[in-house]
Design a protein around this ligand. Sequence first.
Ligand code: NAG
Ligand code: NAG
Ligand code: NAG
Ligand code: NAG
Ligand code: NAG
Ligand code: NAG
Length: 362
Amino acid sequence: MWPLVAALLLGSCCCGSAQLLFSNVKSVEFTKCNETVVIPCIVLNVEAQSTEEMYVKWKLNKTYIFIYDGSKNNSTVETNFTSAKISVSDLLKGDASLKMERQQAVLGNYTCEVTELSREGKTVIELKYRMDSIPDQGSDCSYHTTPTPAGDEKEKGGCKLASWFSPNEKILIVIFPILAILLFWGKFGILTLKYKSTRTNKRIILLLVAGLVLTVIVVVGAILLIPGENPVKSASGLGLIVISIGTLILLQYNVFMTAFGMTSFTIAILITQVLGYVLALVGLCLCIMACEPVHGPLLISGLGIIALAELLGLVYMKFVGHLKSLVYVAQELFPKPLPSSAIYEQLPTRGLYNLLGISEGK
Ligand SMILES: *[C@@H]1O[C@H](CO)[C@@H](O)[C@H](O)[C@H]1NC(C)=O
Ligand SMILES: *[C@@H]1O[C@H](CO)[C@@H](O)[C@H](O)[C@H]1NC(C)=O
Ligand SMILES: *[C@@H]1O[C@H](CO)[C@@H](O)[C@H](O)[C@H]1NC(C)=O
Ligand SMILES: *[C@@H]1O[C@H](CO)[C@@H](O)[C@H](O)[C@H]1NC(C)=O
Ligand SMILES: *[C@@H]1O[C@H](CO)[C@@H](O)[C@H](O)[C@H]1NC(C)=O
Ligand SMILES: *[C@@H]1O[C@H](CO)[C@@H](O)[C@H](O)[C@H]1NC(C)=O
């Protein structure tokens, strides 16, 4: 008897340890991506040696929805919360968090009450529902005007899609393809100025038409994607941009073929571009399938690589153009044309020229 009283007295005067302390979490959010919902309740100063000494009660508003009686090792749940449970094995670590299926999760203020022998305490955690990863854009989705934690079936794919990307990400998704298309037009310009005479005009007209169509598609896609007030529009815009941008690979191939044929450099550039396109497509697919918006960077880096390959193509064309004119000037300087190999010997850039693998100039 006396030791118990002494312990109680000690317990109550020494640093207020009669009170259990909780980690300071005021609210938690869940989204349609959470299969189970965990309402955290962490006791910081658990001293119990056995769960038999512990008693956990969870209530929502005034109703107890879950009770764990350690002395009986028995949990009781309210009829509407059949999936509610705590992890008994984590109790001694102070973890009395309540887990339940998302379908049963009711929004509101949950009170976690823990008793450990003579010590007790409680904390209130508010459970909230978050419609989208970007709260500001929740209004994007007309289907979502009222939070319906359990009502997933009504969701439109397009609604998810529109909210995957932050405004900055959307800008990158539009900027890279537009940059790539501008670079294509740059190459097209070089092609018409420098190489027109030597090749057929048919191919150039084809490139012009295909380039114009692609430009229009991407601009339309950007106009659909950027405002984002209509989820279906945004999704179609994204699809248009990402899928159509692959045309650039064919265009770049045709530009190279029209200009000077394939070299190891142009092949490397094209392979890079194909890889970028694959990355972008995989990113798009993952974005469509995944719940969380984690694959945006993949999609964006794919688009970035496509633009980079386009830039490399332009630089290469410019470079080869210079070399070609160097050869031309060299040929002009010698009244009696030398064999082309002799010209290369005299060019300081010969090594580079060979390295670039350009077929012998005419
Ligand atoms: C929902 O899932 C996210 C990410 O997995 C997690 O951080 C969050 O704590 C979960 N919310 C709840 C209430 O369980
Ligand atoms: C809890 O109480 C609030 C207001 O006091 C009420 O709006 C809400 O519906 C209640 N929640 C449940 C699950 O009873
Ligand atoms: C409590 O009961 C569960 C099964 O309901 C069992 O797995 C667990 O070991 C028991 N714990 C104690 C401390 O008796
Ligand atoms: C837990 O207690 C309830 C009633 O208090 C009882 O119906 C149930 O059988 C008990 N469960 C276990 C596992 O002892
Ligand atoms: C349980 O759910 C039903 C239907 O959702 C509701 O009418 C009832 O009030 C709920 N009971 C409690 C105790 O919250
Ligand atoms: C939960 O409690 C907070 C603070 O007391 C309050 O602002 C909030 O409205 C409550 N939420 C619900 C759903 O009752």
